[in-house]
Design a protein around this ligand. Structure first.
Ligand SMILES: Nc1ncnc2c1ncn2[C@@H]1O[C@H](COP(=O)(O)OP(=O)(O)OP(=O)(O)O)[C@@H](O)[C@H]1O
Ligand SMILES: [Mg+2]
Ligand SMILES: [Zn+2]
Length: 269
């Protein structure tokens, strides 16, 4: 049987205290045991915090490629300089606590391979790294770690920034949507607390009316709630207006900065 009367580390006899209420003796933790326990608690906490950030990033739904994007490592040149600045500006707005300004959204236009998706992903990755995770999630991970062995079975850590392509959004909107479910993935996207990125606007060849209904539904919601939005597209302003519909474009224009990236060649290698 474990000897509770002596310190496991230094072997010193521990001080005893009688608890009247339950009529038992307890041994007071030795100084070195206390130090070890606190170190372990600190290490567990650090692990939980890092895991929470990782799980939150996964919950943003970036692609594997997108998870590597960051302003810390982004190449900046004369072609994408303004767009990178626009992206960083949006990131800083999102990191601020409290309300954002009325122009809180960004539309990145530009040719194929110019780095639009990269900037959108860098905003989300850098946001997730810097924005504090709620203590409740850290406690949840500490608890789950005790009961479960694998990280993949941990409960999700909800991300306030979401990423989705137009094509996937269309499928969610028209095919996966379950009207009986209030907490659907579509709702999570539409109502993302900080930022919703819709990537590749104009890249699909779905039915135009259905696309316009989808965009109006989502963009009108975010606009009316003052929630930031980011679109990336190969379309020009006029083409975008025609594509998403002028009623929707009007809302988008009033809440967004438009930045054009024109790079002479694709950055894809
Ligand atoms: N600033 C950057 N720093 C480093 N790598 C970058 C940067 N911008 C883009 N890239 C890389 O270049 C490639 C193309 O970029 P990206 O996919 O963002 O282009 P895009 O404008 O979204 O293209 P498309 O219009 O085809 O969707 C990617 O592999 C990306 O990782
Ligand atoms: Mg792209
Ligand atoms: Zn001791």
């Amino acid at each position: 049987m474990e000897d509770k009367s002596h310190c496991r580390i230094c072997g010193k006899l521990k001080e005893k205290k009688h608890i009247k209420y339950v009529n038992i003796d307890v041994y007071i933790e030795c100084e070195c045991e206390r130090k070890l326990r606190e170190e372990k608690e600190q290490a567990d906490y650090e692990y939980a915090k890092e895991t929470a950030i990782r799980l939150r990033n996964i919950n943003s739904r970036l692609s594997n490629l997108g998870q590597k994007a960051s302003f810390k490592t982004a190449k900046v040149d004369k072609y994408n300089e303004v767009a990178v600045r626009g992206g960083k500006y949006l990131l800083n707005q999102l990191l601020k606590q409290g309300g954002t300004e009325s122009k809180n959204s960004l539309v990145l236009q530009g040719n194929r391979g110019s780095g639009k998706t990269y900037i959108a992903c860098a905003i989300i990755n850098d946001f997730n790294e810097r924005y504090p995770v709620h203590e409740a999630y850290i406690n949840q991970i500490l608890k789950e770690r005790k009961n479960l062995c694998y990280e993949k079975y941990f409960s999700p850590v909800k991300s306030p920034c979401k990423f989705i392509t137009e094509m996937d959004l269309y499928v969610l909107f028209y095919e996966d949507y379950n009207y009986c479910k209030t907490e659907s993935l579509l709702d999570e996207m539409k109502k993302a607390e900080k930022l919703l990125v819709i990537d590749d606007v104009g890249a699909s060849n779905y039915d135009k009316n259905r696309l316009q209904t989808m965009y109006l539904n989502i963009i009108d919601y975010r606009y009316s709630q003052g929630l930031p939005l980011m679109l990336t597209t190969n379309l020009t302003k006029a083409e975008l207006s025609d594509y998403i519909g002028d009623r929707c474009f009007d809302r988008l224009r009033s809440c967004s900065y438009f930045v054009d990236i024109v790079s002479p060649e694709s950055r894809r290698c």
